[in-house]
Design a protein around this ligand. Sequence first.
Ligand code: TXA
Ligand code: MG
Length: 308
Amino acid sequence: MSSIQQAAVALKSGQLVAFPTETVYGLGADAENPDAVAKIYSVKQRPTDHPLIVHIADKDAAKKWAIEIPQYALQLADTFWPGPMTLILKRSSLAKDFITGGQDTVGLRVPDHPVALELLRSFSQLGGNGVAAPSANLFGRVSPTSAEAVQSEIGSRLSDADLILEGGDSVVGIESTIIDCTQSRPRILRPGAISAEQIMTKTNLSMLDSGERIRVSGAMESHYSPRARVVLNDEAKPGDGLIASAQIATPPQVIRLAAPTTDEEYAQQLYAALRKADQLGIQRVVAITPAGDGIAVAIRDRLRKASS
Ligand code: TXA
Ligand code: MG
């Protein structure tokens, strides 16, 4: 048995498995097992009214978890799954309150990572229907984008039978775009790598406007926060950490934490840079936010919450 198959067996027998995805690492449990899901909340110290995303191997599995799936949601799934997109749909009876936080909707995602997909397929061969997985960090903290970051974040809180799967650095680096599919048109609840512009050009769907001021359960302020204080678009002073595009020079005695050359690289490096600030004991991190649309919207969203 491969280590991924062993991890699927662990999930099926009620253990937790942290696994890589293209966005961030998730902390997974059998989405039908209330005791296993309860362990996620306890390891993360997360309030139980925060719903979890159910990860599935393919679009067909969505029909088990959701009912009355609108045509536009199927089109989104066809276009962007596997990928960094979560759809919020009306739940079926399979999605119990312990997954949805008592809401009548469920979040579903097919991640685009070979390890995650093999895990989900092995799990479904064992009779599993979906893996509930929030980001594998303590509540309110920075999401992990490597197995090493998962280990340092929650490793000591896992039991001996729980597992962490290795899958390299997450290539997207920030959490999935969450799209509400319960109304007549799709609406972005949490911005991510799949941007509104991309959705409109690839699908021709018209979207409900969500602007940058997104208010969704779980999108509360102060999230994605390192111990260091994060300050946006300020002048970096000696001893500060700096996250900014490569075109921006590092002032004297400022510790450069990331110098991305594109917005995609910015997203990819952001959380590792915030973690590094804490490892180095830096007190204040200045981040110069990227302008424009696309994934820059999501980067600004995360930085705004990290700084509040
Ligand atoms: O990229 C991602 O989405 C990662 C990877 C692991 O897939 N997962 C992730 O999960 O970011 P988490 O739990 O850290 O964030 C999920 C967000 C939360 O803010 C939660 O409130 C929201 O999704 N969410 C989940 N189900 C929902 C629902 N039914 N209605 C509204 N929001 C929901
Ligand atoms: Mg999270």
